[in-house]
Write a new protein. Structure first.
Length: 255
């Protein structure tokens, strides 16, 4: 009798384990599928808003209108020729927020492209860090990895940031590389280049990127650099892939 009760008890445990296993299998297969669908819906939304362009321009995204109609956190639009990077830049006071929120502020595991909270939204800091995930669906900043290819790097030397003042800022790419998560140019508050610290910060750029000595010497106290930054891969945040750029005068639409 005792053996029968024990067998019944074990049978119920086995059934419960099977049910829990089925539920777990469903949950862990459902979540990635749901995330994928949500991420694709976000891509469609970005493609839709990208159609808002400034009149009489060569497809300049109308950042001011997108900001007004879609999300007040929009502070620009980044476009990197040779890649699929072509979407809004957002900014809040909390850098963690757009790590997992979409353009329309919905939860999204691939997040959004965003400007560092410490930077001015007119991109006039010496160092303007712009972040985006390296994703499993090849969007956001995933294709920054292309700059690791010397041939691609040689053939693609510019990218653009459009602002809500109808400006197109053209950046000349002067280097790329891997920086550690704790990087003085980012972790220190509001780094400002001065004649006293210029050599020190030039040293950091030289150490972690493939920037040439000539380009290093071109960096001065009035330089305004944009640093596009992402993780090594979707599951690895021990380093950052960067496309580091030099700044050139904004080309305006005439507004």
């Amino acid at each position: 009798m005792k053996n029968k009760k024990k067998a019944d008890w074990l049978d119920w445990l086995l059934r419960i384990a099977i049910v829990l296993g089925i539920i777990g299998t469903f949950y862990f297969s459902y979540s990635p599928a749901k995330n994928y669908v949500t991420a694709k819906q976000e891509e469609a939304k970005i493609e839709e808003v990208s159609k808002k362009v400034v009149e009489n321009t060569n497809d300049y995204p109308d950042v001011k209108e997108i900001k007004k109609s879609t999300n007040e956190d929009v502070v620009g639009w980044v476009r990197v020729p040779g890649t699929n990077i072509d979407e809004p830049i957002l900014q809040t006071t909390d850098n963690d927020y757009y790590l997992n929120h979409s353009l329309t502020k919905e939860e999204l595991d691939v997040g959004s492209i965003f400007l560092d909270a410490k930077a001015n939204s007119n991109y006039d800091n010496n160092f303007n860090f712009v972040f985006g995930h390296n994703t499993y669906i090849d969007n956001k900043f995933t294709q920054l990895r292309k700059f690791s290819d010397p041939e691609f790097n040689k053939a693609n030397k510019t990218f653009y940031i459009f602002t809500d003042k109808h400006e197109k800022i053209t950046y000349r790419i002067i280097g790329q590389g891997l920086i550690p998560p704790v990087f003085p140019l980012y972790t220190e508050d509001n780094v400002k280049l001065t004649v006293d610290n210029l050599t020190e910060y030039q040293k950091y750029l030289k150490e972690y990127t493939d920037i040439t000595q000539e380009s290093i010497e071109d960096i001065h106290v009035d330089s305004k650099l944009a640093i596009l930054t992402t993780c090594l891969n979707y599951n690895n945040s021990t380093g950052r892939q960067t496309a580091r750029t030099g700044w050139s005068r904004p080309e305006t639409t005439g507004w």
